[in-house]
Ligand binder design. Structure first.
Ligand SMILES: Cc1cc2nc3c(=O)[nH]c(=O)nc-3n(C[C@H](O)[C@H](O)[C@H](O)COP(=O)(O)OP(=O)(O)OC[C@H]3O[C@@H](n4cnc5c(N)ncnc54)[C@H](O)[C@@H]3O)c2cc1C
Length: 330
């Protein structure tokens, strides 16, 4: 792909500057990742829609990103136009309209201020609403999919409105995480929220936030690296698994990693947090390759000990061909 040749036609669609070889480590919470072939920060929804229609119609490899809090970008970077979504407009009401570049935390604060309940679980989840939709982000038994109305998006080169069914939501999953998904830009959504007393909403959010501070390591990470395992037979045979989890057949990935003795284990600058075994943290000098190698060691040890294949919640982006690990994205 001749990226330099694409800059001129893109300039005609963009109001700001298109960057060449922008280091992705500046835009990911893991603080790793090589250069994006092209990088553009879209600040208005019409602009984001216009560029997405053009790239889809012309088969230009494109990667839409929010705040990079769920990404492992390879050291070789992303061979695509990276569109950073900075479209943040929100109109608050029981049917709240929100552009997908708004931060999840900001969206919670705005709706809570207006006495609308539903997003309390979102208070400590970093990232944008768009990123939350793609992975059906959630916590404390709530998920973003539960609140959704109509979605405004660009797919197949056209701007369309769809119902939530289009996204095929599942646990930390949607159509857009799966192989062969059509290139899609989520633009805006409507969310159904419930009126409640502001103080009650803030009390619930504070309670969740306190639990998070107790459990989460403060270092750079991408949150939970692996998905929890839903397996009743496994949950039955594990000693010391808390009773509610045994009943629900849920085994936290962190439980399995800790049971393999991997807390504190590191490869280069990437390390399994001692505070929470499902958090892989950057000790300051990690490369993306360190994280890939560490994740692979964890998966092997858990497979050997428990016969379980851990699935990654963090999305791998870029060139991972050296690792026999297909990227989830370009
Ligand atoms: C400390 C920490 C705690 C976390 N806790 C939680 C938690 O409790 N629960 C949870 O579910 N997650 C958690 N996460 C993970 C992460 O914050 C969420 O997945 C978040 O929703 C990702 O949003 P983002 O904007 O950073 O997305 P990014 O990481 O930028 O992108 C993630 C994916 O979404 C796609 N994408 C983003 N925006 C769009 C768009 N507009 N259109 C199309 N595709 C798009 C990207 O292409 C990519 O595939 C945590 C992360 C951290 C660092």
């Amino acid at each position: 792909m001749n990226w330099d040749a694409l800059i001129e036609p893109l300039r005609r669609l963009c109001t700001g500057e298109v960057l060449r070889a922008e280091p992705m480590r500046r835009h990911t919470t893991l603080r790793v990742g090589g250069p994006a072939a092209l990088f553009y920060k879209a600040r208005s929804l019409d602009e984001l829609a216009r560029i997405s229609e053009w790239t889809q119609q012309n088969q230009v490899p494109t990667f839409i990103m929010g705040h990079g809090s769920n990404l492992l970008v390879s050291d070789g970077g992303i061979p695509a136009l990276v569109l950073y979504n900075a479209c943040e407009r929100v109109e608050v009401g029981t049917l709240t309209y929100a552009e997908t570049g708004v931060s999840f935390r900001e969206l919670f604060l705005k709706t809570a201020q207006a006495g609308l309940s539903g997003l309390e679980f979102a208070v400590g989840i970093p990232g944008t609403l768009g990123g939350a939709l793609v992975s059906n982000a959630g916590a404390y038994r709530s998920n973003i999919a539960d609140l959704l109305g109509e979605i405004d998006l660009v797919s197949g080169g056209e701007r369309i409105q769809v119902s939530p069914d289009w996204m095929q939501f599942a646990y930390r999953d949607s159509l857009l995480r799966r192989e062969g998904a059509p290139p899609t830009t989520l633009l805006a959504v409507k969310l159904r929220l419930q009126p409640d007393r502001r103080l009650e909403i803030l009390k619930r959010a504070r309670h969740f936030q306190r639990q998070r501070i107790e459990k989460q390591p403060p270092e750079s990470s991408a949150g939970s690296f692996f998905k929890n395992v839903y397996d009743h037979a496994l949950a039955e045979r594990l000693p010391n698994l808390p009773e509610p989890m045994r009943k629900a057949g849920v085994v936290p990935a962190g439980y399995l990693i800790e049971a393999c003795g991997l807390k504190g284990f590191s490869v280069g600058g990437a390390c399994v947090s001692r505070k929470h075994a499902n958090f892989l943290i950057n000790r300051g000098w990690a490369t993306a390759t360190d994280f890939r190698k560490l994740a692979d060691v964890i998966k092997t040890r858990v497979r050997e000990r428990f016969g379980v294949e851990l699935e990654e919640e963090v999305l791998s982006v870029g060139d991972w061909s050296r690792f026999n690990h297909p990227p989830n994205m370009p």
